[in-house]
Ligand binder design. Sequence first.
Ligand code: FES
Ligand code: FES
Length: 340
Amino acid sequence: MREMQELRLAVNGTPQTLAVESRTLLVDVLRRNLNLTGTHIGCDDGRCGACTVRVNGAPVKSCLVLAHQVDGAKIDTVEGLAPRGTLGILQTAFKRHHGLQCGFCTPGMLMSAAALLERNSTPSEVEVRAAIAGNLCRCTGYQHIVESVLSAAAELRGEARPAMLTHAQSDSGKSVGQNVERVQDARLLTGRGRFSADVLPPGTLHAAILRSPHAHARIKRVDATRARAIPGVIEVLTGAEAQQICKPLPPTINIAMRMNTSYSIAVDRVRYHGEPVAALAAIDPYLAEDALAAIEVEYELLPPVVDMAGALASNAPRLYDEWPDNRCLESDRSPRKFDR
Ligand code: FES
Ligand code: FES
């Protein structure tokens, strides 16, 4: 029986009283309990910043905070930046200056930028870059984001700042060769984008993967009995079981190189830190993590090989018993010279 505790938050100005487990992360309360899916999860361990919200005004990565740690706090998410269906000055600046592409990082980026502009009305470029340093964007190259924030700061100070790029709606009905407005921007800037993790049909299961804590080890035993007995755990697969129903992983590059036979879950040996050792599905992501912790794995540690010279040494431990050494490819191509 999972013990619930009362939690009180003021989210985007609305008081909320909820009953949640003491271990529930703030990001899950926002996304799952309150359906505020504009706050994204890109990594769930504090690296990407996609989950950034403001807690009593300060930018906070909500995947690193237990909801009960902020009991009584004022929480602001991207959905509260402007009245529904409208864009505030900061969001409009992102739209005008192309501060977003796929939009996945955008809510977190906006919340970090909003916190900066509230405490500093005249940020320099360096200060903008420092404020968003914890927010990773794989798409934009950051320049347009920085320009968006600087433009919003100028507008908030009452200074006109010409847009770096302008959109002009094509009236010819054609978009090739025209600057056209991106129809998806308003949705992405207000937290109404729909990414795959935001769509959870009834009955959706949550996967979790148990990974090797060792760089090189023989798997002597995997016992998932206790994990399987946890109510709500639907399936557990060890490497040996997965081997019965899955084909080996196909080669990822098609060149003349020695290939090994490997599976998505290690069968009898792990060859890198983090290699999957078991996988499971459960009705809830927290249950799935509980079940991972209940899987017992016995390893026999083997010597790791951590660099190329070590891997090629005549006495190096061989990663694949069927190979004569650790070479997968030999090439005598000279380094290519580029004409200038
Ligand atoms: S999901 Fe929180 S930092 Fe990546
Ligand atoms: S806009 Fe795609 S990750 Fe930033």
